[in-house]
Design a protein around this ligand. Structure first.
Ligand code: BV8
Length: 246
């Protein structure tokens, strides 16, 4: 079994997608066939979709909150947390997942690029996003209490990044700074992602630009496999612990 080439100067940037949580029992987007109640997920996970049918979108996110009940981290999450403990500031984890499992595994050097399923925010006022683990009843779309107190009606929304919405610029700047500082000592490792969603899918190109090496661990070859120097096909729960063994 190959080992990720980690020396005492290597900087490791990791990108994870739904595949790393699959062995914790969370269906990936592809497994679900990309549909939700007959709708294309990319329709449901958009602001337009939310404006058009907030109850449908809240059913989608409430069901995913309910499905997290009892879900635990798997060996792939633990292997990445051990790597962060080993590398410290020479490690950065970027996840597309909103399931919170990397935080549960103990990561502190973590960027949740697409937000957090267990956080909500007002769709109208600027109150800060807040923890919200509520599984709302199918015919209830939650409203903002602060707006109501001001005599206004405003829906709460999940604090996630929908298709067509911008990624937090601070997140992108932090990733860029890490890649630039690492330069040729960078190893980029993508795990469990189909490489279809931007801008996450292009991180591999940023790694190549600075002369870094790129690795992919995935159950099957994804769309952007050809952009990686090394592709390790297999389940993350078994492949990653071996690849990252000290
Ligand atoms: C933006 C929300 C600009 C929360 C998500 C350039 C080209 C083309 C399109 C675009 C582009 N730039 C922007 C776009 C549009 C769009 C986009 O990328 N569209 C795609 C579909 C073509 N991107 C955006 O809209 C982004 N915003 O760029 O803004 C902008 C700038 C200024 C002003 C306005 C706008 C925002 C993208 C974020 C979308 N939100 N999530 C939620 O509900 O989750 S993305 C959502 O889908 C997930 O978060 C996740 O990221 C994605 C699914 O991808 P994966 O995680 O890869 O999961 P998937 O199921 O697809 O694959 C799993 C893989 O794991 C598979 O390969 C499988 O084989 C593997 N696997 C399975 N089991 C295992 C395994 N591997 C290992 N072990 C296993 N056991």
């Amino acid at each position: 079994m190959e080992r990720l080439p980690v020396t005492d100067t290597t900087h490791v940037l990791v990108l994870t997608g739904a595949g790393i949580s699959a062995e914790s029992g969370i269906p990936t987007f592809r497994d679900a066939g990309g549909l939700w109640e007959g709708h294309d997920v990319r329709e449901v996970a958009t602001l337009d979709g939310f404006v058009r049918d907030p109850l449908l979108v809240w059913r989608f996110y409430s069901q995913r909150r309910a499905a997290l009940d009892g879900v635990v981290v798997n060996p792939a999450h633990h292997a990445l947390a051990a790597l962060e403990a080993r590398l410290g500031e020479r490690f950065l984890l970027v996840t597309q997942n909103i399931d919170g499992l990397h935080r549960a595994a103990g990561h502190t050097r973590l960027i949740e690029l697409h937000g957090d399923l267990m956080r909500s925010r007002c769709s109208r006022c600027d109150r800060p996003p807040f923890e919200d683990r509520s599984v709302y009843r199918p015919n209830v779309a939650p409203m903002c209490g602060r707006c109501r107190a001001a005599g206004k009606d405003a829906l709460l929304r999940p604090d996630v990044v929908w298709f067509g919405e911008p990624i937090d610029r601070g997140h992108l700047a932090r990733i860029e700074a890490f890649v630039r500082a690492a330069g040729r000592s960078l190893v980029f490792l993508a795990v469990g992602t189909s490489g279809l969603v931007e801008p996450a899918a292009s991180l591999v190109d940023a790694a190549r630009t600075v002369g870094g090496h790129s690795w992919l661990v995935n159950a099957e070859p994804p769309a952007n496999a050809a952009r990686f120097d090394h592709v390790v096909l297999g389940k993350a729960g078994t492949t990653l612990p071996a690849l990252l063994a000290a």
